[in-house]
Ligand binder design. Structure first.
Ligand SMILES: Cc1cc2nc3c(=O)[nH]c(=O)nc-3n(C[C@H](O)[C@H](O)[C@H](O)COP(=O)(O)OP(=O)(O)OC[C@H]3O[C@@H](n4cnc5c(N)ncnc54)[C@H](O)[C@@H]3O)c2cc1C
Length: 362
């Protein structure tokens, strides 16, 4: 992608995100006007596959580079993670009904006792005429209070616990259906991501996504894509954080000299920068792989793990070198630090990523 494309995307984000992001953080979600402006900008309907995904990749990186991880999570879920199931496995009619950039999307997979271990899933979907009725409770659902539709994972067949996902299905649920209750679940970070506990009490699904009982088959490739998206967002976040701390150590004086005069400081930031260059280069390789239709599980998992863990290390250095001013609750380094921790849990904890990498090891 050319620098012109990057610049064009940055200018849109400068206009539609940055002036409002602080308010969205405080309100715990992107405002309705914000969603509208984002939808009108065209950035919420960029390609998920093929060469056009390069534009998405630049967008995701630059969205991360705004430094607002709550905003980036809300948009990532809305424009990529939730709709990817409908784009890949939905019918033409489902895509026409739900995939409008101004219909806010949410992904409701996790439950109180089913996060890493989805075999403990307890939300059920029972056949009812030509539809299914869903009963259960989902946790930590980003965009939960504003979602126009949910992509929900539920059990459609009772069975053993080890391979329960072979009897689970994915549903699209109209967010305005009777029987849905939403409770805000404010988090330590990602504050603009509108995380909620969402209860479904006999809610009629708008449709099954793909074939019933096949969720496992659909989740696997979609999760690879989710990791690529999470990795690209985190790469942008690391860049933002490193730019901030580098500028600070070059201007902040201790004992009469700028902090960057200390070799220890320079070397720590150089190490982070070196890791950043490696992760970013790897991310760009995966973008090319994905554009060519050959994104591989191990590579996507490596990217998600390394990019989100690097974000934690970068945020730690950022707070440390800012001293107490970076530990103030309303400071930017404090926000980056809080936000970075979410990246190593959401979309699959780092330990799960390590297990997957080990299992697929050579
Ligand atoms: C900010 C945020 C936003 C989220 N948004 C959404 C959303 O929109 N939709 C949705 O469905 N879910 C969402 N989630 C949930 C997320 O996907 C889960 O938190 C994640 O899958 C981990 O599940 P859990 O939190 O239940 O942790 P558990 O599965 O209970 O694990 C707890 C901890 O145990 C450790 N652990 C797990 N497995 C292993 C292992 N094999 N070896 C060693 N240690 C291990 C890890 O440190 C892990 O964090 C979000 C989470 C966060 C934090």
């Amino acid at each position: 992608m050319t620098d012109d494309v990057r610049q064009e995307i940055r200018s849109v984000l400068d206009a539609v995100v940055l002036p409002h992001a602080e308010v969205w953080e405080q309100q715990g979600r992107i405002s309705a006007d914000g969603w509208r402006a984002l939808a009108e900008s065209g950035l919420l309907s960029l390609p998920h596959v093929g060469p056009g995904f390069r534009r998405s990749a630049v967008f995701l990186e630059e969205l991360g580079n705004t430094g607002y991880a709550g905003v980036r999570a809300a948009i990532g879920v809305h424009a990529y993670m939730a709709p990817s199931y409908l784009r890949r496995y939905g019918t033409e009619a489902q895509r026409a009904a739900w995939l409008a950039p101004d219909k806010i999307a949410a992904l409701a997979i996790t439950e109180q006792n089913a996060g890493t271990d989805l075999s403990s899933l307890s939300t059920v979907a029972r056949p009812d005429g030509d539809t299914y009725r869903l009963t259960g409770e989902k946790f930590y659902v980003a965009n939960g209070s504003a979602a126009d539709y949910f992509v929900v994972l539920a059990k459609t067949r009772d069975g053993g616990t080890t391979r329960v996902l072979s009897g689970a299905s994915l549903f699209v649920v109209d967010g305005h259906s009777p029987g849905i209750t939403r409770h805000r679940q404010p988090m330590l970070g990602w504050r603009a991501s509108d995380t909620c506990r969402v209860s479904f009490d006999g809610v009629a699904a708008a449709g099954v996504i793909g074939r019933p009982d096949r969720a496992l088959m659909y989740l696997m490739p979609a999760l690879d894509f989710e990791r690529l998206v999470a990795g690209l967002l985190a790469v942008g976040g690391v860049r933002h954080c490193l730019d901030l701390v580098r500028a600070f150590v070059r201007s902040h004086r201790v004992h009469g000299d700028v902090l960057s005069a200390n070799q220890a400081v320079r070397h720590r930031l150089a190490d982070l920068d070196a890791q950043f260059e490696l992760v970013r280069t790897f991310a760009h390789r995966l973008v090319e792989d994905h554009c060519a239709g050959r994104l591989d599980t191990k590579a996507a998992t490596v990217l998600k793990l390394t990019a989100t863990e690097l974000a934690v290390s970068a945020a730690q250095a950022c707070v440390q070198y800012h001293g107490a001013r970076g530990y103030l609750d309303d400071s930017v380094p404090a926000r980056l630090y809080r936000d970075a921790m979410a990246g190593t849990i959401a979309a699959g904890a780092s330990e799960l990523m390590r297990d997957l990498i080990f299992e697929s090891g050579r």
